[in-house]
Design a protein around this ligand. Sequence first.
Ligand code: NAD
Length: 294
Amino acid sequence: VAKAAKTAADGAEAPAIVGVLGAGIMGGGIAYTLARNGVQVPMRDIADTALDAAGEEVDRLVAGEIKRGKLDDAKGADLKARIAGSTSLDGTADAGLVIEAVVERLSVKRTVLAELEQTIAPDAVIATNTSSLRIDDIGAEMIHNDRLVGMHFFNPVPRMPLVEIVRGTHSSDAAVARAVATALKMRKTPIVVADCPGFLVNRILVAYINAFTKLVSEGVDFRQIDRVMEAMGWPMGPALLQDVVGMDTGAHVIETISAGYPDRMTHDWPDAVVAMSGAGRLGQKSGKGFYAWS
Ligand code: NAD
């Protein structure tokens, strides 16, 4: 994999400035990991509360690294100073790459990219962190869709090594190479995958979550399933995973993949899951999901 990634980077350099749009679960983790590896990160969200929460998460991660002796106070302060949160897009004008990590809604992503195309440098690359939407669909209304690629990180970003680099029909070789080089700079393991609903990993994960959902609807306790999967060696079970991912994001992903592969990816939400989402039990980010978080 490492050799293939070097080949895919094709000698490209990671940019010194990488913008991040969306300061949620993923945007915050992406910004932290970039800054941890020396990159300047202008980060934009439309909500001050999201920027504040991302700042707190960065503080928590830096404090953990200082405690473990991986960073000293001065380096921790430098890392934090490399991330500049804002509600404006201005900071992204000098970025060589901008990673979009806003909500998993096609219409929102298209609007955000249209706005971004007005402000970024002509040769800047745009990467979307979508977990299931096709790159060709996200880029359908762009002026320069050859600059768009997928950079699909996994949650939590600082800990998960894999990044799927998604090549759309129109993605240029240079855009793919810059995304691969940036993932390598972040000390991740990039793999280049084809553009289809769910790419590679989530087509496997959704089948797994569907199997979990079926068991729960048959009356099996979700905690028991989590314990079994943890005992099997997985870092977390499927209920905890959905709490960490967010029920809303997970539902969009499952719907997109089920629509993309109706013959083999049907889903059947149990009443409990529908009721949880309706009641705002979105998982860790809302304080309650399968588990209570506060
Ligand atoms: P989230 O709900 O935690 O954060 C989304 C953020 O986008 C919010 O802070 C919101 O205010 C912001 N936003 C909305 N419109 C915006 C705009 N116009 N400009 C800037 N910011 C805007 O969502 P998340 O879990 O971080 O997911 C973000 C993306 O990452 C989605 O495409 C999702 O599919 C993908 N993803 C999520 C996971 C996961 O485990 N949660 C994993 C991989 C990929």
